[in-house]
Design a protein around this ligand. Structure first.
Ligand code: ADP
Ligand code: 5GP
Length: 211
Protein backbone atom coordinates (compact mmCIF):
# COMPACT_ATOMS: atom_id res chain seq x y z
CA UNK A 1 0.00 0.00 0.00
CA UNK A 2 1.36 3.42 -0.94
CA UNK A 3 0.93 6.03 1.76
CA UNK A 4 0.78 9.52 0.29
CA UNK A 5 2.44 12.36 2.17
CA UNK A 6 2.75 16.05 1.41
CA UNK A 7 6.12 17.76 1.57
CA UNK A 8 6.09 21.51 1.68
CA UNK A 9 8.63 24.29 1.37
CA UNK A 10 8.45 27.37 3.61
CA UNK A 11 6.55 30.40 2.34
CA UNK A 12 6.61 34.14 2.81
CA UNK A 13 3.63 35.98 4.26
CA UNK A 14 3.77 39.73 3.87
CA UNK A 15 1.58 41.81 6.16
CA UNK A 16 0.99 45.52 5.60
CA UNK A 17 -1.19 48.03 7.40
CA UNK A 18 -1.08 51.72 8.05
CA UNK A 19 0.99 52.36 11.17
CA UNK A 20 -1.28 51.73 14.18
CA UNK A 21 -3.41 49.34 12.12
CA UNK A 22 -2.59 46.45 14.46
CA UNK A 23 0.11 44.54 12.54
CA UNK A 24 2.53 44.03 15.44
CA UNK A 25 -0.24 42.92 17.79
CA UNK A 26 -1.65 40.48 15.23
CA UNK A 27 1.75 39.11 14.19
CA UNK A 28 2.73 38.55 17.83
CA UNK A 29 -0.45 36.52 18.41
CA UNK A 30 0.16 34.43 15.27
CA UNK A 31 3.75 33.68 16.28
CA UNK A 32 2.66 32.66 19.79
CA UNK A 33 0.01 30.31 18.40
CA UNK A 34 1.97 28.58 15.63
CA UNK A 35 5.52 27.27 15.98
CA UNK A 36 5.85 26.79 12.20
CA UNK A 37 5.79 30.57 11.82
CA UNK A 38 8.77 32.82 12.26
CA UNK A 39 9.26 36.55 11.88
CA UNK A 40 11.69 38.32 9.59
CA UNK A 41 13.48 40.95 11.67
CA UNK A 42 14.08 43.96 9.45
CA UNK A 43 16.98 46.38 9.62
CA UNK A 44 16.10 50.01 10.24
CA UNK A 45 17.66 53.41 10.82
CA UNK A 46 14.69 54.45 13.00
CA UNK A 47 15.54 55.14 16.64
CA UNK A 48 14.41 52.54 19.13
CA UNK A 49 10.91 53.06 20.59
CA UNK A 50 9.74 52.20 24.11
CA UNK A 51 10.71 48.69 25.16
CA UNK A 52 12.15 47.67 21.78
CA UNK A 53 15.36 45.64 21.78
CA UNK A 54 18.01 45.38 19.09
CA UNK A 55 17.62 42.03 17.31
CA UNK A 56 14.08 41.46 18.58
CA UNK A 57 11.77 43.99 16.86
CA UNK A 58 14.45 45.32 14.47
CA UNK A 59 18.17 45.42 13.89
CA UNK A 60 18.80 49.06 14.68
CA UNK A 61 21.50 50.47 12.40
CA UNK A 62 23.11 53.82 11.70
CA UNK A 63 22.50 55.35 8.29
CA UNK A 64 26.10 54.49 7.30
CA UNK A 65 25.67 50.85 8.31
CA UNK A 66 22.42 50.66 6.37
CA UNK A 67 24.00 52.20 3.25
CA UNK A 68 26.87 49.73 3.48
CA UNK A 69 24.38 46.83 3.43
CA UNK A 70 22.64 48.38 0.41
CA UNK A 71 26.03 48.46 -1.36
CA UNK A 72 26.53 44.79 -0.50
CA UNK A 73 23.09 43.90 -1.95
CA UNK A 74 22.14 42.45 1.43
CA UNK A 75 18.44 43.36 1.10
CA UNK A 76 15.57 41.68 -0.75
CA UNK A 77 13.98 45.11 -0.65
CA UNK A 78 14.34 48.34 1.27
CA UNK A 79 12.35 51.54 1.45
CA UNK A 80 12.22 54.91 3.12
CA UNK A 81 9.19 55.05 5.41
CA UNK A 82 8.23 58.03 7.58
CA UNK A 83 11.72 59.50 7.06
CA UNK A 84 13.70 56.37 8.07
CA UNK A 85 15.06 53.41 6.12
CA UNK A 86 13.76 49.87 6.57
CA UNK A 87 14.97 46.75 4.78
CA UNK A 88 14.45 42.99 4.53
CA UNK A 89 17.74 41.16 5.00
CA UNK A 90 18.23 38.27 2.56
CA UNK A 91 20.22 36.30 5.14
CA UNK A 92 17.48 36.66 7.75
CA UNK A 93 14.70 35.37 5.50
CA UNK A 94 16.72 32.61 3.82
CA UNK A 95 17.93 31.15 7.14
CA UNK A 96 14.36 30.91 8.44
CA UNK A 97 13.02 29.36 5.23
CA UNK A 98 15.85 26.83 5.37
CA UNK A 99 14.76 25.86 8.87
CA UNK A 100 11.40 24.99 7.24
CA UNK A 101 9.54 27.94 8.74
CA UNK A 102 6.88 30.05 7.11
CA UNK A 103 8.17 33.58 7.44
CA UNK A 104 6.02 36.61 8.27
CA UNK A 105 7.25 39.98 7.08
CA UNK A 106 5.88 43.31 8.25
CA UNK A 107 6.48 45.62 5.28
CA UNK A 108 5.21 48.93 4.04
CA UNK A 109 3.34 49.11 0.74
CA UNK A 110 6.39 49.94 -1.43
CA UNK A 111 8.42 47.16 0.16
CA UNK A 112 5.64 44.61 -0.32
CA UNK A 113 5.36 45.37 -4.01
CA UNK A 114 9.15 45.21 -4.44
CA UNK A 115 9.40 41.94 -2.57
CA UNK A 116 6.64 40.45 -4.67
CA UNK A 117 8.69 41.23 -7.78
CA UNK A 118 11.95 39.85 -6.41
CA UNK A 119 10.62 36.59 -4.93
CA UNK A 120 8.25 34.29 -6.77
CA UNK A 121 6.27 32.88 -3.91
CA UNK A 122 4.77 35.26 -1.38
CA UNK A 123 1.29 35.86 -0.01
CA UNK A 124 0.39 39.47 0.68
CA UNK A 125 -2.20 40.57 3.24
CA UNK A 126 -3.37 44.14 3.86
CA UNK A 127 -4.95 45.05 7.19
CA UNK A 128 -7.28 48.04 7.20
CA UNK A 129 -8.32 49.88 10.37
CA UNK A 130 -12.12 50.17 10.76
CA UNK A 131 -11.85 53.92 10.04
CA UNK A 132 -9.31 56.75 10.02
CA UNK A 133 -10.78 57.98 13.31
CA UNK A 134 -10.17 54.57 14.92
CA UNK A 135 -6.65 54.49 13.50
CA UNK A 136 -5.92 57.86 15.09
CA UNK A 137 -7.36 56.66 18.41
CA UNK A 138 -5.19 53.49 18.31
CA UNK A 139 -2.08 55.46 17.41
CA UNK A 140 -2.68 57.84 20.32
CA UNK A 141 -3.62 54.96 22.62
CA UNK A 142 -0.30 53.26 21.90
CA UNK A 143 1.32 56.35 23.39
CA UNK A 144 4.66 55.88 21.63
CA UNK A 145 4.68 58.56 18.94
CA UNK A 146 5.08 62.34 19.06
CA UNK A 147 2.24 64.52 17.72
CA UNK A 148 4.32 65.19 14.61
CA UNK A 149 4.90 61.46 14.03
CA UNK A 150 1.18 60.74 14.52
CA UNK A 151 0.23 63.37 11.93
CA UNK A 152 2.81 61.98 9.47
CA UNK A 153 1.58 58.42 9.99
CA UNK A 154 -2.07 59.48 9.45
CA UNK A 155 -1.13 61.35 6.28
CA UNK A 156 0.72 58.28 4.95
CA UNK A 157 -2.19 56.04 5.94
CA UNK A 158 -4.53 57.85 3.53
CA UNK A 159 -2.20 56.94 0.64
CA UNK A 160 -1.48 53.40 1.88
CA UNK A 161 -5.19 52.51 2.08
CA UNK A 162 -5.52 53.18 -1.67
CA UNK A 163 -2.95 50.45 -2.31
CA UNK A 164 -4.96 47.72 -0.55
CA UNK A 165 -6.31 46.38 -3.86
CA UNK A 166 -2.78 45.36 -4.91
CA UNK A 167 -2.71 42.68 -2.18
CA UNK A 168 -3.88 39.06 -2.29
CA UNK A 169 -6.09 39.46 0.80
CA UNK A 170 -7.69 42.41 2.62
CA UNK A 171 -8.94 42.31 6.22
CA UNK A 172 -10.56 44.99 8.37
CA UNK A 173 -9.18 44.86 11.92
CA UNK A 174 -12.33 45.56 13.96
CA UNK A 175 -12.35 42.80 16.53
CA UNK A 176 -8.81 41.64 17.25
CA UNK A 177 -9.75 37.99 17.89
CA UNK A 178 -11.68 37.80 14.58
CA UNK A 179 -8.78 39.33 12.67
CA UNK A 180 -6.31 36.86 14.15
CA UNK A 181 -8.62 33.94 13.29
CA UNK A 182 -9.01 35.22 9.72
CA UNK A 183 -5.24 35.52 9.37
CA UNK A 184 -4.83 31.92 10.59
CA UNK A 185 -7.38 30.75 8.01
CA UNK A 186 -5.55 32.50 5.17
CA UNK A 187 -2.17 31.09 6.24
CA UNK A 188 -3.55 27.58 6.66
CA UNK A 189 -5.16 27.63 3.20
CA UNK A 190 -1.95 28.90 1.60
CA UNK A 191 -0.08 25.94 3.08
CA UNK A 192 -2.09 23.54 0.94
CA UNK A 193 -1.71 25.26 -2.43
CA UNK A 194 -0.66 22.69 -4.98
CA UNK A 195 2.17 24.99 -6.08
CA UNK A 196 3.70 24.67 -2.59
CA UNK A 197 3.42 20.96 -1.97
CA UNK A 198 4.90 17.81 -3.43
CA UNK A 199 3.15 14.46 -3.17
CA UNK A 200 5.57 11.74 -2.09
CA UNK A 201 5.33 8.10 -1.21
CA UNK A 202 6.59 6.70 2.07
CA UNK A 203 10.05 6.16 0.54
CA UNK A 204 10.44 9.85 -0.38
CA UNK A 205 9.86 9.38 -4.10
CA UNK A 206 8.10 12.39 -5.61
CA UNK A 207 4.83 11.35 -7.26
CA UNK A 208 3.41 14.76 -8.13
CA UNK A 209 4.84 18.28 -8.11
CA UNK A 210 4.30 21.49 -10.05
CA UNK A 211 8.00 22.38 -10.01
P1 ADP B 1 1.09 48.54 14.05
O1 ADP B 1 2.07 47.48 14.39
O2 ADP B 1 0.30 48.22 12.81
O3 ADP B 1 1.67 49.90 14.01
P2 ADP B 1 -0.02 47.98 16.72
O4 ADP B 1 -0.08 46.49 16.72
O5 ADP B 1 1.07 48.64 17.51
O6 ADP B 1 -0.03 48.55 15.20
O7 ADP B 1 -1.45 48.49 17.20
C1 ADP B 1 -1.71 49.86 17.52
C2 ADP B 1 -2.56 49.92 18.79
O8 ADP B 1 -3.89 49.47 18.50
C3 ADP B 1 -2.02 49.05 19.91
O9 ADP B 1 -2.16 49.75 21.12
C4 ADP B 1 -2.94 47.81 19.87
O10 ADP B 1 -3.07 47.22 21.14
C5 ADP B 1 -4.26 48.41 19.38
N1 ADP B 1 -5.10 47.48 18.57
C6 ADP B 1 -4.69 46.67 17.56
N2 ADP B 1 -5.74 45.99 17.04
C7 ADP B 1 -6.84 46.39 17.75
C8 ADP B 1 -8.24 46.06 17.71
N3 ADP B 1 -8.75 45.20 16.82
N4 ADP B 1 -9.06 46.65 18.58
C9 ADP B 1 -8.58 47.54 19.49
N5 ADP B 1 -7.28 47.91 19.60
C10 ADP B 1 -6.42 47.35 18.74
P1 5GP C 1 7.44 51.18 12.58
O1 5GP C 1 8.43 52.29 12.61
O2 5GP C 1 6.07 51.63 13.04
O3 5GP C 1 7.91 49.95 13.28
O4 5GP C 1 7.26 50.75 11.06
C1 5GP C 1 7.01 51.72 10.11
C2 5GP C 1 6.69 51.06 8.78
O5 5GP C 1 7.85 50.39 8.25
C3 5GP C 1 5.60 50.00 8.84
O6 5GP C 1 4.66 50.31 7.80
C4 5GP C 1 6.31 48.71 8.54
O7 5GP C 1 5.47 47.83 7.82
C5 5GP C 1 7.45 49.18 7.66
N1 5GP C 1 8.59 48.24 7.64
C6 5GP C 1 9.15 47.54 8.66
N2 5GP C 1 10.16 46.79 8.23
C7 5GP C 1 10.25 46.99 6.89
C8 5GP C 1 11.11 46.48 5.88
O8 5GP C 1 12.01 45.67 6.09
N3 5GP C 1 10.91 46.95 4.62
C9 5GP C 1 9.93 47.85 4.32
N4 5GP C 1 9.80 48.22 3.05
N5 5GP C 1 9.10 48.34 5.25
C10 5GP C 1 9.25 47.92 6.52
Amino acid sequence: MIEFELKRTGMLIVVSAPSGGGKSTIIRALLDADSSLDYSISATTRPRRGEEEDGREYRFLSLDQFKQLVQEDAFYEYAEVHGNYYGTLREEVDAKLEEGKDVILDLDVQGSMRLRKSVRDCTTIFILPPSMATLEKRLRGRGEDSEEAIQRRLENARNEVRMAAQYDYILVNRDLTDTIENMKTIIEAQRFRASRVMVRDGFGTVLASQS
